[in-house]
Design a binder for this molecule. Structure first.
Ligand SMILES: Cc1cc2nc3c(=O)[nH]c(=O)nc-3n(C[C@H](O)[C@H](O)[C@H](O)COP(=O)(O)OP(=O)(O)OC[C@H]3O[C@@H](n4cnc5c(N)ncnc54)[C@H](O)[C@@H]3O)c2cc1C
Length: 487
């Protein structure tokens, strides 16, 4: 049951990358903070399904919140990822011009980037671009190079931020849906949940696709979110030698275009397309959409081999009707801070959004007294696959479970699974574990490891294997026992 006598200083609705980084930023101060999410893990919304690029910041309209927070967020990535032990590679990104007129688009992007304050942008020739990316199409005429762009693991950033927030005193409640805002006259005084109301002096809505639903309850009717689907292919690491860089085509009127990129973990990813839809829950991929993605990707890198595809997925952009991020503490509803329309580059901007929201709360009267005990440092679980022989031997000597490989494709040891089950934000579902330690992320997609993983998770979490789900409610992985164990 929710405790309706306790009053939190700040309640954050939504534990995506934005809400989790907001919680961590606010944990620097002497505040009682509650981070809520309706899902069974943090980062289950748009945070788990995007392109994972830390954008340089040449796309957004100068002067917009998107432009300002993109460039500011990008600049914070080295510090945030070092503190939180998150994989980040400032490898640079390219926009490649392939058609008539693309060179003028690249010049326009360069000018926009300079106006937005993006550092060290340059236009390079098609010949130089092909030298840097030998598999690139011979149609490449020129490219915009943005050395400040990069690659990150968005889930890792999200749960690392949530873990660091929890370690600094933030309370995290999962499986808790906010069904309404609790009002006392004009002022917001908390949130309503199926388990009862929860009091809060300030409520921050960081609910991604559902931000508008909660805004409308506060009388902020003019903002609307229309989901825009993006579909992807993920390729095996065996395809990694084909693509070295992050390759965008020139942007279209609705998206940054279908790109070809390596990922931070060494796979290759193609996508996304952009298809508007009404349903905020429909994450299905379609044959037509995937065909569009493959065609777009082949225009950039004609030698891509579809036999390397190991997975398809889709994400939904929380496209707002203003074209910009909406981040505000509306005067009409004291106690409320709203974040809506946080579509791309929301992942990039997330660290600066967290600072912006903290400043907004301060201006709205929240007392921001620094907490001397705050520690920004979080240590992740060592990855057996990335250690050298001496490091592996040292860990196995401490605990033999480091030497028991459960996922052969990604070389994940039993000890990593055990550690993820007992982390400050523990993995309680198969997908949560997959996001933390990469079990089931390789060629076999979990075909070999799942029975072992279910057993280990059940043992560590103290539940029956029948209770281990893929992603929470109604997604059981095994439904009944078929053989009785002999005594
Ligand atoms: C196809 C695609 C590609 C993208 N590529 C990039 C990229 O390369 N770089 C980049 O910078 N950005 C990119 N983005 C944008 C980026 O993914 C998002 O901006 C970012 O993930 C938004 O995070 P969030 O925390 O605001 O939202 P979410 O991750 O959606 O989190 C919102 C959370 O709120 C919870 N919630 C909702 N309603 C309630 C409720 N009533 N009660 C409790 N909890 C609730 C949800 O469960 C969810 O966990 C892309 C997005 C898409 C879809």
């Amino acid at each position: 049951m929710a405790d309706n006598k306790r009053t939190f200083d700040v309640i954050i609705v939504g534990a995506g990358v934005v809400g989790s980084l907001c919680a961590r930023e606010l944990a620097r101060y002497q505040l009682d903070i509650l981070l809520l999410d309706k899902c069974s893990d943090v980062g289950e919304g748009t945070t788990k399904a995007n392109t994972a690029i830390v954008h340089a910041g040449y796309d957004a309209k100068p002067g917009s919140l998107k432009a300002t927070l993109n460039v500011a967020g990008n600049a914070l990535y080295d510090e945030v990822c070092a503190e939180l032990d998150v994989d980040f590679d400032r490898c640079g990104t390219y926009v490649v011009g392939l058609a008539d007129g693309d060179e003028s688009t690249l010049q326009a992007l360069l000018a926009r980037g300079l106006e937005n304050g993006v550092p060290a942008l340059e236009i390079i020739s098609g010949e130089e671009m092909r030298r840097r990316e030998p598999a690139l199409t011979s149609d490449a005429r020129a490219a915009l190079y943005a050395p400040s762009g990069g690659l990150v693991d968005p889930f890792q950033l999200c749960y690392a931020a949530a873990e660091n927030a929890v370690a600094n005193g933030v309370e995290l409640r999962l499986n808790t849906e906010v069904t309404g805002l609790w009002r006392n006259d004009e002022r917001i005084v908390g949130v309503l949940t199926p388990a009862g109301p929860i009091r809060g002096r300030y409520v921050v809505i960081a609910a991604g696709l559902w931000a508008d639903t909660l805004m409308h309850q506060a009388g902020l009717d003019s903002f609307a979110i229309r989901p825009r689907k993006g579909e992807y292919f993920v390729m095996d690491k065996a395809a990694a030698d084909v693509v070295r860089n992050v390759l965008f085509p020139c942007p279209t009127s609705v998206s940054k275009g279908i790109l070809v990129t390596r990922t931070i973990h060494g796979n290759v990813m193609l996508g996304p397309n952009a298809v508007e839809q009404d349903d905020k829950c429909d994450l299905s991929t379609t044959q037509a959409g995937l065909n569009e993605v493959m065609e777009g990707a082949l225009k950039l890198v004609p030698g891509l081999d579809s036999r390397h595809v190991i997975r398809t997925f889709a994400g939904l952009r929380a496209g707002g009707n203003t074209g910009d991020f909406y981040i505000d503490a509306p005067r009409s509803t004291p106690g409320l801070v709203v974040l809506a329309g946080i579509e791309s580059p929301g992942l990039t901007a997330a660290p600066s959004i967290a600072r912006y929201v903290t400043a907004l709360l301060g201006e709205s009267g929240l007392c921001l007294e620094p907490r001397p005990a705050f520690s920004p440092i979080r240590h992740g679980i060592p990855r057996f696959s990335e250690l050298d022989d001496a490091e592996r031997e040292a860990l196995i000597a401490q605990d033999p479970r480091w030497g028991r490989i459960i996922c052969r494709c990604e070389m994940v040891s039993e000890a990593e699974i055990v550690a993820a089950c007992h982390a400050p934000v523990p993995a309680r579902t198969y997908d949560a574990l997959k996001r933390r330690v990469r079990v089931g992320s390789g060629r076999c997609q979990g075909g070999f490891d799942q029975p072992y993983v279910i057993d280990i998770m059940a043992r560590e979490l103290g539940v029956s294997p029948l209770e281990i789900t893929k992603k929470g409610r109604r997604s059981q992985m095994v439904v009944r026992r078929t053989k009785e164990l002999r005594a």
